[in-house]
Design a binder for this molecule. Structure first.
Ligand SMILES: Cc1ncc(COP(=O)(O)O)c(C=O)c1O
Length: 403
């Protein structure tokens, strides 16, 4: 009978042969790791001591300065966050805007493109059937205004070769909008190839990088991307309430979103109710007052990711995810992610019947994972360990044996 798995496995030491095992010193930064085996960073990254300190700092400043904090401190904090995010993706700070969610960020871009004369008679938007629903909804909701939407189908519900997009992109395509990493399989799309194919037909590429940013390196310039939307609550360890938009510098003058507000106004603090023009930089895609408590948490998460470095995060998470895949294959479990770690991120999907029951039973043992219909989702971040992989796999052995 296998030993009962519990969260005490987190305390077991890991061997020094693990890549970047020095990063395990960061585990002290994340109190939940002392109590739980946390393998669900693709849903919600863990809260750090620095994140907690950031939110406390926000309260202290609010309490100390009241509204004065806006002008003297919080505007600076917002600028700093845009700069940090720009550094992470090799953008320029004036190409970055902050939004409260990816859905709102997409609404900004969609409303700007609708009104974009350069998009002319291009009425066609192309997505993947594996994309996260909110990405599709922006354009499905615009079908009434004449937008045509095509979903490129993944042949195996895991991968989607870039050439399949190529079959649909034409001179009528306004936008290709798809994920960098599929939330349903962890597959990493070749977004550089997609940018080339879109641009060859005069179309734009928007990348939903929510499942990539912070775990897979991203260089928007090298890949020649037009738009990126992403947020802080998953791999960026920053909690809910903060998302980011990257909009390529050359596109900015064209972008005139109808979904807008006073934070997009060039003369924001002149309060001219009867006149409106946009800021020149990407802040023209912002709308209203940002959630400052969340900004402090997001900033702390981003600091940790920048300090560790996404290259190191990728190397370590790939090693951990490869290990889970290997153990799953040894057991004959149905893998619904690419087996090859080169085309897979740190999201491992396993097909089981009634995965929600497994999620609940694992949770009762102090192991946190997630499910999607018919699939169990395991997503190690750089702070996880081989011992934690062992623990979840042996807990699953037991639970499946009881079925
Ligand atoms: C790939 C992807 N895009 C978008 C979202 C949703 O973003 P938001 O809730 O900020 O609109 C998620 C959330 O899980 C996601 O995984």
């Amino acid at each position: 009978m296998p030993r009962k798995s519990t969260a005490t496995h987190t305390k077991r030491s890991t061997t020094s042969t693990e890549p970047y095992s020095e990063l395990l010193a960061y585990r002290e930064q994340f109190p939940i790791l002392q109590r739980k085996i946390y393998l669900n960073s693709c849903s919600l990254g863990t809260l750090s001591l620095r994140g907690m300190a950031g939110m406390t700092r926000f309260q202290e400043l609010w309490n100390e300065h009241g509204a004065q904090a806006w002008y003297e401190l919080w505007m600076g904090e917002l600028d700093a966050l845009r700069r940090k995010f720009a550094r992470l993706i090799n953008a320029q700070p004036h190409e970055v805007a902050i939004a409260p969610s990816v859905s709102v960020a997409l609404g900004e871009i969609a409303s700007a493109l609708e009104d974009d004369p350069a998009s002319g008679k291009r009425d066609h938007v192309i997505l993947a059937d594996m994309d996260f629903p909110t990405l599709a909804y922006q354009w499905l909701a615009r079908r009434r205004q004449g937008t045509r939407v095509t979903f490129v189908e993944s042949p195996d519900r895991i991968r989607l070769p870039a050439e399949l997009f190529g079959q649909h992109i034409t001179h009528k395509t306004r936008l290709v909008a798809t994920s960098h990493v599929f939330y349903l399989s962890g597959y990493v799309q070749d977004i550089g190839a997609l940018a080339q194919m879109a641009h060859a037909q005069g179309a734009l590429l928007l990348v939903d990088d929510y499942q990539g940013t912070g775990q897979i390196p991203l260089d928007v310039k090298a890949l020649d991307l037009d738009f990126v939307v992403t947020g802080s609550l998953k791999w960026l360890l920053g909690g809910p309430g903060v998302s980011f938009i990257y909009a390529r510098e050359e596109l900015l003058p064209r972008l005139r979103p109808t979904m807008t507000g006073w934070w997009a106004s060039r003369d924001q603090f002149q309060f001219k109710t009867e006149e409106f023009d946009y800021k020149e930089d990407a802040r023209r895609l912002e709308a209203g007052t940002p959630p400052m408590a969340a900004i402090y948490a997001a900033s702390a998460g981003l600091d940790i990711v920048l300090e560790v470095g996404v290259e190191r995060i990728r190397a370590r998470t790939r090693y951990l995810a490869d290990d889970i895949v290997r153990r799953a294959q040894e057991r004959g479990w149905a893998l619904r992610s690419p087996a090859d770690g080169g085309e897979r991120s740190s999201i491992v999907m396993l097909a089981f019947e009634r995965p929600e029951e497994l999620v609940r039973a694992l949770s009762a043992r102090g192991i946190i994972v997630d499910s999607r219909p018919g699939l169990l989702r395991i997503s190690p971040h750089f702070y996880n360990t081989l011992a934690e992989n062992e623990a979840i796999v042996s807990a699953l052995d037991e639970l499946l044996a009881q079925r």
